[in-house]
Design a protein around this ligand. Sequence first.
Ligand SMILES: [Zn+2]
Length: 299
Amino acid sequence: MTRVPLACLVAATVIVGTAAPASQAYRMPEGASSVDSAAKGSVEAVQGPATTTAGQPSEEITAPAPSAVAPIHGASRRWGGKVIMIDPGHQLGNATHPRQVNRLVNAGGFRKACNSTGTATNSGFPEATFTWRVARALKRQLRARGATVRMTRSTNSYDDWGPCIDVRGRAGNRVNADVMISLHGDGASAGTRGFFVIRPSNRAGWTSDIYRSSARYAHEVKSGLVRAGARVSSSYGGDGFDVRGDLGTLNWSDVPAVMVELGNMRNARDARHMMSPHYRKHRYARGLRLGIGGFLFNR
Ligand SMILES: [Zn+2]
C-alpha cells in the first residue's frame, strides 16, 4: 500500500541471510519461553537483536517490580492474572545495524525486512525513544494495577537492534498474553496530525482467528485514547482506523493485536506532545491503558 508511512512501517530492502553471531543472541522477552507454539507454518529460528552493552548509553528498564508499586485499590482483582504484551516499536540501533535489520523474514506468508529504522521529529527525537518511553509509562500503569506486563525489547540502545517483526508478532503467543499492543509514531507529511489504530485484516490461516477480536480491541483503544484527550488522525479516512494485511507484527499474533501510530512526528504540535513526559503519561499511556482495560473488562 502506498499510503504507508514510509519512514515508519516499511523501509526494507536488502537480503542478508547471515545469522547473528553467538554474542548477539536474542534476548528473550521477560518470562518468555524458548518454545514457539505458533501453528502458522514453519517457524524460523529466532535471530534477534544484538545486546552488547559497550558504547552508547542505553535506557535500561527501570520500572519497579509489581510489589514495589503502590497498589491501586480494587484494581488488582480485575487486572490480576491479565498478561499484556507491549511492543515498543523499532529498536534505537536499527539504523546502525542495516545488515541485520534488512534481512528478510516471513511476515505472514510473504517475505519482508526484519524491521526498519523508524522515523523521528524534525528536531531529531527518535520514534524508538518515543515508543520506548510510552511503553515504560504504560507498563508502570498496568503493573500498578496488578497486570503482568511483557515487552518485546528490554533496551533502547544504539547498540541493539530488532527483534524482527515475526518475533514481535509471536511474542504475545509465547506468554499466552491477553492482548498485544505495538507502539509507533508516524512519519507522514507535516500537515497530518493525530493518532490512528491499525488492526489486522482477515487473512486465512494467519489472522482469521484474531481479526474480529482485534477489531473490537481497536475500537476500545481508540476510545481510550480519545477519553484521555489524544486527537484522532485526520488522515487514513479520518475515523482513526486503518486495516492492514501486510504487517508481520499483526499477522503472527494469535492474541488480539493492534498497532497504534500515536502521532505524526513530522507535525510540530504532535512532536511537542510526543516529546512531553506529561503528555506521554497522561494522554498516550493512560489512553492505551483505558483502551486495553475497555477491551478486557467491557464485555
Ligand atoms: Zn514505526
